[in-house]
Write a protein that binds this ligand. Sequence first.
Ligand code: 1CP
Length: 344
Amino acid sequence: MQTSEKTLMRALAGESLPVPPVWMMRQAGRYLPEYRATRAQAGSFLELCYNPELAAEVTLQPIRRYGFDASILFADILLVPQALGADLWFVEGEGPRLSTITSAEDYAKLKPIEDIHETLAPVYETVRILSRALPQETTLIGFAGAPWTVATYMIAGRGTKDQGPARKLMYGDTGTFDRLMDKISDATAEYLIAQIEAGAEVVKLFDSWAGALPGAVFDKYAVQPARKIIERIHAVHPHVPVIGFPRQAGEKVIPFVEATGVAACGIDTSVDPAWAAKNLQPLTCVQGNLDPMLLVTGGDALVRSVKETAAAFADGPYIFNLGHGITPDADPANVDVMLKALRC
Ligand code: 1CP
């Protein structure tokens, strides 16, 4: 099958389909027993990310089980900081930890952009394996974190509630902050181009903490970096669609879409589907936004929400997805219920 005939690609090209294409953020994850088994075999989360055979295996698991229309490469947004020279480790039950960047001296220790491919080569190999192994109708999505979201982890050294350390550096040492943002942007463009050259058909930029950016700098630190990365990708691969996900950006998704050239915009759980269908869908394909909690609770509420969400977006280009990643306590059987409600 030609890439352009796949349902996800058709939606990204602006077509409204009677049954929307569907995939889930974090579809390869801890809610699946087969994921937990492969992760145990790999040893740790990072060893799984850097083992192409096993990373491809966990990427394929949800495709085998559910037949989603798209498959997202198994990796993590924090591999880019590691490739730039940051120390990275995961604390079991807590989350990621990184060495911090809080001064010009810390920034100066990062590696040059050309060096990132040395660390990231196994990820490109995972993409190559997947592009051979996926069913012909399944689209392969590559991804990276958007510069602001990646910067929040590099500056704080961990996930934070309010991204305070990153906002502090932004105001306190704008020069260092801006240099760090530029470096992450350059590395991200190179990384995504390499994923495309290995076989990714679409790429997605996750700006999970976009909602923490003050309104006055949203354009500078969320919109412009995404616009520049997309421009760099399109200079070499003009037809590869990019999905943006400025999470919790509220109504600022409109200027984000208008200025960046994204082929689709992911919306989080806080966005009212009726508002997005009226204001966002005329501008771009919309992706979202079922509450992941419904995959924990299931039942009539799940079926009703799936049908209501899909109905709200039925008149324009649309990709069914969650408003954020599926959680480890989700019931795998509820994913079948979701797909049945959507497809029948
Ligand atoms: O224990 C485990 O197995 C680790 C859980 C896990 C998984 C399954 C982490 C740690 N990362 C991932 C994979 C992952 N991360 C994917 C793979 C593909 C898929 O979706 O199936 C993707 C796209 C990501 C992206 C990612 N990582 C984001 C952006 C999306 C989002 O969720 O907002 C972010 C913020 C991260 C950082 C990260 N990695 C892992 C955790 C627990 C976190 C969040 C840390 C925090 O803020 O405290």
